[in-house]
Design a protein around this ligand. Structure first.
Ligand SMILES: C[S@@+](CC[C@H](N)C(=O)[O-])C[C@H]1O[C@@H](n2cnc3c(N)ncnc32)[C@H](O)[C@@H]1O
Length: 108
């Protein structure tokens, strides 16, 4: 914060619209249902508000693999249906036991 390069907006991440739509990296670590976060990341990329996103999908208590797989599959369908070409990688990082970390990059 001391660098002056950070502007803090106190807002609901699901309602926030960036004032300038030239974001390079969207970083999202909100504690929310993974399906909602995946959908939100898709919207930012589809709208071209951000070029790339790195985000966590918090693992639910039950059916963890099935839930996250479904969320990622739905995100792929959402992107494809909106004509987005992309690269996406998902990792279960060693120190992040309760979440899956995803990097999504638009390439068209
Ligand atoms: C795991 S913490 C993030 C920690 C952060 N990555 C850090 O290093 O400080 C999750 C945060 O998500 C925030 N959060 C949850 N839902 C939100 C929403 N709808 N809008 C904005 N922030 C939200 C919570 O307030 C909490 O601070």
């Amino acid at each position: 914060m001391e660098t002056g390069q950070v502007k803090h907006h106190q807002a609901d991440g699901f309602k926030f619209e960036p004032p300038r739509k030239n974001v390079t990296w969207l970083v999202c670590d909100m504690v929310e249902k993974p399906s909602r976060v995946a959908q939100l990341m898709g919207e930012w990329i589809i709208e071209r508000w951000a070029k790339e996103a790195i985000f966590n999908l918090k693992l639910p208590m039950k059916n963890r693999y099935e839930e996250v797989k479904e969320d990622i599959d739905n995100l792929r369908i959402f992107l494809r249906d909106n004509g987005v070409r992309y690269e996406m990688k998902a990792k279960h990082l060693y120190h992040d036991r309760e979440e899956i970390t995803i990097h999504l990059r638009r390439i068209n």
